[in-house]
Design a protein around this ligand. Structure first.
Ligand code: DGY
Length: 322
């Protein structure tokens, strides 16, 4: 029997591409360019399975033409780049890769928090530019992290993993805002307090770390008004999705000293970054590296494979998105 055709929109680690090719007829993206809307439509017409990722804009317009594809197996946990209603209307199943990237993404949130607090980006730039004149008591003094208060927006898997690091590793007090009640055992382990609104959270924290999904409700959740409610000494960390933050408002707030600093891994129009942010010293900018360890990328690929194998065996894929 012919194997189903899987079209893979971006390069995967080589061992994973080989494993995919054992089970499926595979078409790879040799030069790893991001697919255009036209290429996505063509792929949906030809492939039984589309192995997509965050750079594929699978909008209602792209999906509404229909085609052959029965499953979109996303390499990544976030599926905000896929119009789920349009996929449903076309009878296309969508799967993702939860769990396996939780710890690495939480590590990166802490890395950004520490870098922003300790002005690590500024220090590295100064040293590489040959401008470091040596140790002195007043050089690049920064914010102590130990014992400070961290606000978490979105206490899902990654939010909790970040809070754990902050509380147990850095002696931080944790406050959180989440749509549903966070289980008592989780709050207890973190000695954390759940607050009822973002407005209540903002003025009480030294660091605010975003871990909510991108959806219409979270679009520009952090805007000029919410930044104005934060402490002038506070830092904003975003490893969730760029659309949660109004980048223009953030650039202005950082420039005017409304908040002290920020650490970002995600952007509103990736790979573009707001020019106002690029011009500032008090923001650390990383290129969407949250899940980017070898072990995690391998685990994500294996998760895509498991989902595809289950789907084509007529079983419910383990990570079916509803
Ligand atoms: C994820 O898994 O959502 C990462 O951000 C990459 O898309």
């Amino acid at each position: 029997m012919a194997k189903p055709l899987a079209i893979v929109t971006r390069r995967w680690p080589a061992a994973l591409e080989a494993r995919l090719a054992d089970a499926f007829e595979v078409r790879l993206n040799a030069d790893d360019h991001p697919f255009s809307a036209e290429e996505l439509r063509a792929a949906l017409n030809e492939a039984d399975a589309l192995c997509a990722t965050v750079t594929d804009d699978l909008s209602a317009q792209v999906l509404s033409a229909g085609g052959r594809t029965r499953v979109i197996a996303n390499f990544g946990v976030g599926v905000n780049h896929i119009d789920m209603d349009a996929a449903r209307a076309q009878g296309i199943a969508v799967t993702n890769t939860p769990d396996v990237l939780t710890e690495c993404t939480a590590d990166l949130a802490m890395a950004l928090l520490l870098m922003s607090a300790r002005r690590a980006g500024e220090g590295e730039r100064e040293l590489r530019a040959g401008k470091w004149s040596g140790w002195r008591p007043t050089h690049l003094t920064s914010t102590r992290v130990w014992g400070k208060t961290l606000g978490i927006v979105g206490m899902g898997r990654i939010g909790i993993a970040t809070a754990r690091r902050a509380h147990h590793g850095f002696g931080m007090r944790v406050l959180c805002f989440n749509r549903s009640r966070v289980p008592k055992a989780v709050l207890g382990d973190l000695a954390a307090e759940q607050v009822d609104s973002l407005d209540e959270l903002l003025p009480r924290v030294d660091f605010l770390s975003l871990h909510c999904p991108a959806n219409p409700e979270s679009h520009h959740l952090i805007d000029a008004a919410s930044l104005a409610r934060m402490r002038p000494s506070a830092h904003l960390i975003n490893t969730a999705r760029g659309s949660v933050v109004d980048e223009a408002a953030l650039a202005e707030a950082l420039g005017l000293g409304v908040i002290a600093g920020a650490g970002l891994d995600v952007y509103e129009a990736e790979p573009k970054v707001h020019p106002g942010l690029l011009a500032l010293d008090n923001v650390v900018l990383l290129p969407h590296l949250g899940s980017g360890t070898d072990a995690t990328r391998e685990a994500m690929g294996l998760r895509v494979l498991d989902n595809l194998k289950a789907f084509f065996a007529g079983q419910p894929p383990p990570d079916l998105c509803t």
